[in-house]
Design a binder for this molecule. Sequence first.
Ligand code: FMN
Length: 354
Amino acid sequence: MILPYRKVSIAPMMDWTNRHFRYFIRLITKYVNLYTEMISEHAIYHKRNSQKDLKHLLDYDSCEHPLIFQIGGSHIPIIKECVKIVEEWNYDGININCGCPSEKVFENQFGAILMAEPRFIANIVKEIKKVSKLPVSIKHRLGIKSNHLDKTHYEDLKEFIKICYNEGGCEHFIIHARHAYLGKYSPKKNRVVPPLIYEWVYQIKEEFPELMIEINGGIDNIQDILNHLKYVDAVMIGRAAYEDPYFLIDIDEVFLNQKNSLSRKEIFLKFVSYVLDQIDQGIYPHSVVIHTFGLFRGIKNSNKWKQYLTKELTNLKKYPIEKLPKELVYDILTKSLEILPEPIYEANRHTIVL
Ligand SMILES: Cc1cc2nc3c(=O)[nH]c(=O)nc-3n(C[C@H](O)[C@H](O)[C@H](O)COP(=O)(O)O)c2cc1C
């Protein structure tokens, strides 16, 4: 079956859910499934003979488990090679991207356009299972529409799932509860304009009770997570986790019965040592710290804090990375917290009705 999946996941998000952000999220919650950003089949395949390049692409911290690798692609032999590599790197699962509406992705025949070809996707799943024991899931939309095709009816969605399950053996579907309009809206608009229809996802769970059905789209608080869990198996959170990550602080208490009492400032201070370690890996602090910028959302002076860090950390790029003084970085990061009000006890901010 579909282990070790948890009931809450953080969505794959390009340029956002890289390993720095995922490490940061783990300071807030140990519970959630983490996903990589979508990584294209070609990116891995072309680097397959260089351990150094693969490390750059695939490396992660052990705290990130359970960690699922999202692949974008449609060339079965290449995907199979990639999956073998991903398994060697001890990821906990493979997720196939059938939801991305970007024009570039669309032209390359992967992402949401693949929803038009359920038999083809089923075959990808089947072929992956021949070379790997990793659980395979599919992330997709309610349906798709372009100039040439219209697959926007509930029956199309049901058919997609039925075929991927019966013919491919896929047992885990993550459904972004919106349609995608290909060639009409940008990816950003495709995440906002098409309305959310959660009821279709609930109905799919009713019709396929044996499958793991995970809902995604517009979910940004713990109470709503719990409400969705009355109808589906799991909930995936995207933008809210990046833009306001501290709302996840109560997750461990709700799902693991382990309270995380760290304040926002304490979380940031714990992240400082990670930032300093990354300098040894040749990574400038700005590109790491930027992923924490949602931490003080809604708190007084949050914008000033971000502005201060942006200015000070960008300035550091004048140093060659090997000469960057860590004490200076430490001072900038810890001093930035003085801009913010004193921490109040913040964990368990939500009144949760179980
Ligand atoms: C910046 C950004 C990048 C994204 N990149 C990916 C991606 O690489 N793969 C994917 O399946 N979805 C991607 N998505 C879509 C999210 O995974 C998610 O399905 C979508 O944001 C809806 O969830 P939300 O309303 O909770 O944000 C991305 C979303 C954003 C905001």
